[in-house]
Design a protein around this ligand. Sequence first.
Ligand SMILES: Nc1nc2c(ncn2[C@@H]2O[C@H](COP(=O)(O)OP(=O)(O)OP(=O)(O)O)[C@@H](O)[C@H]2O)c(=O)[nH]1
Ligand SMILES: [Mg+2]
Ligand SMILES: [Zn+2]
Length: 294
Amino acid sequence: MVQKTVKSGVVVKSVGGVFNVLCDDGIRLVCYSPKKFRYDSKDVVVGDKVCVQDIRQGKGVITEILPRKNKLNRPEIANVDVCFVVVACQPQPDLMLADKILINCFQQRIEPIVVVNKTDLPSDTEQIILQNYRDIAQTVNVSALDGSATELLRFIAKGVVACFAGQSAVGKTSLLNALLPQANGKVGNLSEKSGRGMHTTRHSALYRAGDGFVADTCGFSLCDLTDIRSEQLHLYLDDFVRLSAGCKFTSCTHTAEPDCAVKRAVEQGTLCRDRYDRYLKQFEELKQREKAQY
Ligand SMILES: Nc1nc2c(ncn2[C@@H]2O[C@H](COP(=O)(O)OP(=O)(O)OP(=O)(O)O)[C@@H](O)[C@H]2O)c(=O)[nH]1
Ligand SMILES: [Mg+2]
Ligand SMILES: [Zn+2]
Protein backbone atom coordinates (compact mmCIF):
# COMPACT_ATOMS: atom_id res chain seq x y z
CA MET A 1 0.00 0.00 0.00
CA VAL A 2 1.23 3.50 -0.79
CA GLN A 3 1.75 5.67 2.28
CA LYS A 4 -0.24 8.94 2.04
CA THR A 5 1.65 11.86 3.56
CA VAL A 6 0.03 15.00 4.92
CA LYS A 7 2.00 18.21 4.60
CA SER A 8 1.42 21.95 4.66
CA GLY A 9 1.78 24.51 1.94
CA VAL A 10 0.36 27.65 0.40
CA VAL A 11 -2.20 27.91 -2.39
CA VAL A 12 -0.40 29.75 -5.19
CA LYS A 13 -3.08 29.46 -7.88
CA SER A 14 -6.74 28.61 -8.16
CA VAL A 15 -8.56 27.93 -11.42
CA GLY A 16 -12.05 26.48 -11.47
CA GLY A 17 -11.75 24.32 -8.37
CA VAL A 18 -8.21 23.15 -9.10
CA PHE A 19 -5.55 24.49 -6.75
CA ASN A 20 -1.80 24.65 -7.14
CA VAL A 21 -0.21 24.23 -3.74
CA LEU A 22 3.44 24.97 -3.11
CA CYS A 23 4.33 22.69 -0.22
CA ASP A 24 6.80 23.71 2.46
CA ASP A 25 9.23 21.05 1.11
CA GLY A 26 9.26 22.87 -2.26
CA ILE A 27 7.07 20.33 -4.08
CA ARG A 28 4.13 21.63 -6.10
CA LEU A 29 0.90 19.65 -6.03
CA VAL A 30 -2.23 20.00 -8.12
CA CYS A 31 -5.01 19.72 -5.54
CA TYR A 32 -8.73 19.41 -5.25
CA SER A 33 -10.78 20.74 -2.38
CA PRO A 34 -13.22 18.27 -0.81
CA LYS A 35 -16.96 18.84 -0.78
CA LYS A 36 -16.83 19.51 2.95
CA PHE A 37 -15.27 22.93 2.35
CA ARG A 38 -17.56 23.77 -0.51
CA TYR A 39 -20.65 22.88 1.53
CA ASP A 40 -19.39 25.04 4.41
CA SER A 41 -18.82 27.71 1.76
CA LYS A 42 -15.33 28.01 3.17
CA ASP A 43 -13.80 28.38 -0.24
CA VAL A 44 -10.10 27.84 -0.57
CA VAL A 45 -8.50 31.01 -1.96
CA VAL A 46 -5.05 31.95 -3.21
CA GLY A 47 -2.78 32.73 -0.27
CA ASP A 48 -4.46 30.18 1.99
CA LYS A 49 -2.17 28.02 4.06
CA VAL A 50 -3.47 24.51 3.80
CA CYS A 51 -2.74 20.92 4.78
CA VAL A 52 -2.69 18.56 1.84
CA GLN A 53 -2.58 14.85 1.46
CA ASP A 54 0.03 14.03 -1.14
CA ILE A 55 -1.65 11.23 -3.11
CA ARG A 56 0.84 10.52 -5.87
CA GLN A 57 2.17 11.75 -9.19
CA GLY A 58 1.96 15.39 -8.19
CA LYS A 59 -1.67 15.27 -7.05
CA GLY A 60 -3.12 16.01 -3.67
CA VAL A 61 -6.27 16.71 -1.67
CA ILE A 62 -6.69 19.72 0.59
CA THR A 63 -7.63 18.41 4.03
CA GLU A 64 -7.60 21.62 6.06
CA ILE A 65 -7.51 25.40 5.64
CA LEU A 66 -5.29 26.79 8.38
CA PRO A 67 -6.54 29.90 10.23
CA ARG A 68 -6.30 33.03 8.10
CA LYS A 69 -4.47 36.16 9.16
CA ASN A 70 -6.78 38.17 6.89
CA LYS A 71 -8.70 38.00 3.64
CA LEU A 72 -9.67 40.44 0.91
CA ASN A 73 -12.71 39.79 -1.27
CA ARG A 74 -11.49 42.06 -4.06
CA PRO A 75 -9.02 40.89 -5.09
CA GLU A 76 -9.84 37.55 -3.51
CA ILE A 77 -6.73 36.57 -1.59
CA ALA A 78 -5.77 35.55 1.95
CA ASN A 79 -2.83 36.14 4.30
CA VAL A 80 -1.51 39.32 2.73
CA ASP A 81 0.91 41.75 4.40
CA VAL A 82 1.15 44.51 1.81
CA CYS A 83 -1.29 45.56 -0.92
CA PHE A 84 -0.12 47.69 -3.84
CA VAL A 85 -3.18 49.70 -4.81
CA VAL A 86 -2.33 50.60 -8.40
CA VAL A 87 -3.73 53.62 -10.22
CA ALA A 88 -2.62 55.22 -13.48
CA CYS A 89 -3.51 58.13 -15.73
CA GLN A 90 -5.00 55.52 -18.12
CA PRO A 91 -7.60 54.19 -17.53
CA GLN A 92 -9.19 57.19 -15.83
CA PRO A 93 -8.57 56.67 -12.07
CA ASP A 94 -11.58 55.67 -9.99
CA LEU A 95 -10.72 57.10 -6.58
CA MET A 96 -13.92 55.83 -4.98
CA LEU A 97 -12.65 52.35 -5.81
CA ALA A 98 -9.16 53.16 -4.50
CA ASP A 99 -10.66 54.49 -1.23
CA LYS A 100 -12.61 51.29 -0.73
CA ILE A 101 -9.61 49.06 -1.36
CA LEU A 102 -7.60 51.11 1.16
CA ILE A 103 -10.33 50.95 3.80
CA ASN A 104 -10.74 47.18 3.34
CA CYS A 105 -6.96 46.84 3.75
CA PHE A 106 -6.99 48.85 6.98
CA GLN A 107 -9.93 46.80 8.25
CA GLN A 108 -8.02 43.57 7.53
CA ARG A 109 -4.72 44.94 8.92
CA ILE A 110 -2.97 44.93 5.57
CA GLU A 111 -0.57 47.77 4.75
CA PRO A 112 -1.78 49.51 1.57
CA ILE A 113 0.74 51.33 -0.64
CA VAL A 114 -0.79 53.58 -3.29
CA VAL A 115 1.21 53.01 -6.47
CA VAL A 116 0.89 55.50 -9.31
CA ASN A 117 2.01 53.61 -12.41
CA LYS A 118 2.66 54.92 -15.97
CA THR A 119 4.49 58.01 -14.74
CA ASP A 120 6.39 57.94 -18.06
CA LEU A 121 3.21 59.50 -19.52
CA PRO A 122 2.57 63.18 -18.77
CA SER A 123 -0.42 63.75 -16.45
CA ASP A 124 -1.46 65.32 -13.16
CA THR A 125 -2.36 61.93 -11.61
CA GLU A 126 0.66 61.88 -9.27
CA GLN A 127 -0.37 65.26 -7.89
CA ILE A 128 -4.01 64.24 -7.41
CA ILE A 129 -3.06 60.98 -5.69
CA LEU A 130 -0.68 62.77 -3.35
CA GLN A 131 -3.37 65.31 -2.39
CA ASN A 132 -5.88 62.54 -1.73
CA TYR A 133 -3.82 59.96 0.09
CA ARG A 134 -0.65 61.40 1.59
CA ASP A 135 -2.24 61.63 5.06
CA ILE A 136 -3.45 58.03 5.19
CA ALA A 137 -1.04 55.89 3.15
CA GLN A 138 2.39 55.81 1.54
CA THR A 139 2.35 56.70 -2.12
CA VAL A 140 4.96 55.68 -4.70
CA ASN A 141 5.35 56.81 -8.31
CA VAL A 142 6.64 54.26 -10.79
CA SER A 143 6.59 53.16 -14.38
CA ALA A 144 6.65 49.55 -15.48
CA LEU A 145 8.62 50.66 -18.55
CA ASP A 146 11.62 52.56 -17.16
CA GLY A 147 13.05 50.39 -14.37
CA SER A 148 11.52 52.39 -11.53
CA ALA A 149 9.19 49.51 -10.59
CA THR A 150 12.06 48.16 -8.47
CA GLU A 151 11.06 50.88 -5.97
CA LEU A 152 8.40 48.41 -4.88
CA LEU A 153 10.95 45.78 -3.87
CA ARG A 154 11.65 47.57 -0.61
CA PHE A 155 8.16 46.65 0.57
CA ILE A 156 8.57 42.97 -0.25
CA ALA A 157 11.57 42.20 1.96
CA LYS A 158 11.71 39.31 4.40
CA GLY A 159 8.98 36.80 3.84
CA VAL A 160 6.30 39.36 3.04
CA VAL A 161 3.27 38.44 0.93
CA ALA A 162 2.37 41.38 -1.29
CA CYS A 163 -0.47 41.63 -3.79
CA PHE A 164 -1.48 44.03 -6.53
CA ALA A 165 -5.00 45.46 -6.62
CA GLY A 166 -6.80 47.86 -8.90
CA GLN A 167 -8.73 48.53 -12.08
CA SER A 168 -8.09 46.54 -15.23
CA ALA A 169 -5.16 47.85 -17.34
CA VAL A 170 -3.51 50.05 -14.71
CA GLY A 171 -0.45 47.83 -15.23
CA LYS A 172 -0.48 45.30 -12.38
CA THR A 173 0.88 42.47 -14.51
CA SER A 174 3.37 44.80 -16.21
CA LEU A 175 4.72 45.79 -12.79
CA LEU A 176 4.92 42.15 -11.71
CA ASN A 177 6.86 41.32 -14.89
CA ALA A 178 9.20 44.24 -14.22
CA LEU A 179 9.86 42.95 -10.69
CA LEU A 180 9.96 39.24 -11.56
CA PRO A 181 10.65 38.69 -15.27
CA GLN A 182 10.26 34.92 -14.78
CA ALA A 183 6.56 35.50 -13.96
CA ASN A 184 6.06 36.34 -17.64
CA GLY A 185 2.42 37.36 -17.11
CA LYS A 186 0.18 38.22 -20.05
CA VAL A 187 -0.25 41.96 -20.55
CA GLY A 188 -3.36 43.40 -22.19
CA ASN A 189 -4.40 46.64 -23.80
CA LEU A 190 -6.85 49.40 -23.18
CA SER A 191 -10.00 49.19 -25.24
CA GLU A 192 -9.84 52.07 -27.73
CA LYS A 193 -13.62 52.32 -27.70
CA SER A 194 -14.31 52.50 -23.96
CA GLY A 195 -10.88 53.57 -22.65
CA ARG A 196 -11.20 50.73 -20.15
CA GLY A 197 -9.18 47.60 -19.52
CA MET A 198 -9.78 44.24 -21.17
CA HIS A 199 -9.57 42.09 -18.00
CA THR A 200 -6.50 40.29 -19.22
CA THR A 201 -5.51 38.57 -15.95
CA ARG A 202 -8.24 36.04 -15.18
CA HIS A 203 -6.89 34.37 -12.03
CA SER A 204 -4.93 35.48 -8.99
CA ALA A 205 -1.57 33.78 -8.58
CA LEU A 206 1.32 34.01 -6.13
CA TYR A 207 4.89 34.22 -7.39
CA ARG A 208 8.00 33.61 -5.30
CA ALA A 209 9.97 36.80 -4.58
CA GLY A 210 12.99 36.08 -2.39
CA ASP A 211 11.53 34.28 0.61
CA GLY A 212 8.18 36.03 0.18
CA PHE A 213 5.52 36.17 -2.50
CA VAL A 214 3.98 38.69 -4.86
CA ALA A 215 0.47 38.12 -6.21
CA ASP A 216 -0.88 39.20 -9.54
CA THR A 217 -4.64 39.61 -9.43
CA CYS A 218 -7.62 40.33 -11.68
CA GLY A 219 -8.65 43.92 -12.30
CA PHE A 220 -12.06 45.03 -11.04
CA SER A 221 -14.26 48.10 -11.06
CA LEU A 222 -16.69 47.34 -8.23
CA CYS A 223 -15.85 46.74 -4.60
CA ASP A 224 -17.85 46.75 -1.36
CA LEU A 225 -16.65 47.80 2.04
CA THR A 226 -16.65 44.50 3.94
CA ASP A 227 -17.59 44.09 7.60
CA ILE A 228 -17.69 47.82 8.30
CA ARG A 229 -20.58 49.70 9.90
CA SER A 230 -21.33 53.26 8.85
CA GLU A 231 -20.55 54.78 12.25
CA GLN A 232 -17.16 53.04 12.30
CA LEU A 233 -16.06 54.05 8.82
CA HIS A 234 -14.21 57.17 10.01
CA LEU A 235 -12.11 55.09 12.42
CA TYR A 236 -10.21 53.61 9.45
CA LEU A 237 -9.04 57.05 8.28
CA ASP A 238 -6.03 58.18 10.31
CA ASP A 239 -6.41 61.86 9.50
CA PHE A 240 -10.09 61.86 10.53
CA VAL A 241 -9.13 60.13 13.79
CA ARG A 242 -6.43 62.71 14.54
CA LEU A 243 -8.81 65.60 13.85
CA SER A 244 -11.74 64.12 15.79
CA ALA A 245 -10.18 65.24 19.09
CA GLY A 246 -11.46 68.70 18.11
CA CYS A 247 -15.06 67.62 17.40
CA LYS A 248 -17.77 68.65 19.89
CA PHE A 249 -19.21 65.12 20.12
CA THR A 250 -16.95 62.19 20.95
CA SER A 251 -19.17 59.98 18.76
CA CYS A 252 -19.01 62.44 15.84
CA THR A 253 -19.26 60.68 12.46
CA HIS A 254 -18.25 63.96 10.73
CA THR A 255 -21.42 63.96 8.65
CA ALA A 256 -24.40 65.93 10.04
CA GLU A 257 -23.06 66.85 13.49
CA PRO A 258 -22.40 70.52 14.36
CA ASP A 259 -19.01 71.84 15.49
CA CYS A 260 -17.02 69.15 13.66
CA ALA A 261 -13.25 69.50 13.33
CA VAL A 262 -13.13 67.30 10.22
CA LYS A 263 -15.58 69.56 8.37
CA ARG A 264 -13.62 72.58 9.60
CA ALA A 265 -10.42 71.10 8.14
CA VAL A 266 -12.19 70.63 4.79
CA GLU A 267 -13.34 74.27 4.84
CA GLN A 268 -9.84 75.45 5.72
CA GLY A 269 -8.35 73.36 2.92
CA THR A 270 -6.20 71.18 5.18
CA LEU A 271 -8.20 67.99 4.48
CA CYS A 272 -8.81 66.83 0.92
CA ARG A 273 -12.35 67.89 0.00
CA ASP A 274 -12.75 65.28 -2.72
CA ARG A 275 -11.91 62.44 -0.35
CA TYR A 276 -14.24 63.90 2.29
CA ASP A 277 -17.07 64.08 -0.28
CA ARG A 278 -16.45 60.44 -1.19
CA TYR A 279 -16.47 59.59 2.53
CA LEU A 280 -19.99 61.06 2.76
CA LYS A 281 -21.09 58.86 -0.16
CA GLN A 282 -19.54 55.75 1.40
CA PHE A 283 -21.20 56.57 4.73
CA GLU A 284 -24.56 56.87 2.95
CA GLU A 285 -24.01 53.60 1.05
CA LEU A 286 -23.32 51.78 4.32
CA LYS A 287 -26.41 53.34 5.92
CA GLN A 288 -28.56 52.11 3.03
CA ARG A 289 -27.04 48.62 3.31
CA GLU A 290 -27.77 48.55 7.05
CA LYS A 291 -31.36 49.66 6.42
CA ALA A 292 -31.82 46.87 3.89
CA GLN A 293 -30.43 44.30 6.34
CA TYR A 294 -32.65 45.06 9.34
N1 LIG B 1 3.06 53.89 -20.79
C1 LIG B 1 2.94 52.89 -19.94
N2 LIG B 1 2.13 51.85 -20.21
C2 LIG B 1 2.04 50.85 -19.32
C3 LIG B 1 2.76 50.85 -18.10
N3 LIG B 1 2.44 49.74 -17.41
C4 LIG B 1 1.55 49.06 -18.16
N4 LIG B 1 1.31 49.72 -19.32
C5 LIG B 1 0.39 49.32 -20.39
O1 LIG B 1 -0.93 49.24 -19.87
C6 LIG B 1 -1.66 48.18 -20.50
C7 LIG B 1 -2.25 47.26 -19.44
O2 LIG B 1 -1.22 46.60 -18.74
P1 LIG B 1 -1.46 45.29 -17.86
O3 LIG B 1 -0.19 45.00 -17.14
O4 LIG B 1 -2.04 44.19 -18.67
O5 LIG B 1 -2.59 45.80 -16.84
P2 LIG B 1 -3.31 44.99 -15.66
O6 LIG B 1 -3.51 45.94 -14.55
O7 LIG B 1 -2.57 43.75 -15.35
O8 LIG B 1 -4.74 44.64 -16.31
P3 LIG B 1 -5.74 43.41 -15.99
O9 LIG B 1 -4.96 42.13 -16.00
O10 LIG B 1 -6.76 43.49 -17.08
O11 LIG B 1 -6.34 43.71 -14.64
C8 LIG B 1 -0.67 47.49 -21.44
O12 LIG B 1 -0.87 48.02 -22.73
C9 LIG B 1 0.68 47.90 -20.88
O13 LIG B 1 1.70 47.90 -21.87
C10 LIG B 1 3.62 51.97 -17.83
O14 LIG B 1 4.28 52.08 -16.80
N5 LIG B 1 3.66 52.95 -18.78
MG1 LIG C 1 -3.08 41.76 -15.41
ZN1 LIG D 1 -16.53 65.52 13.52
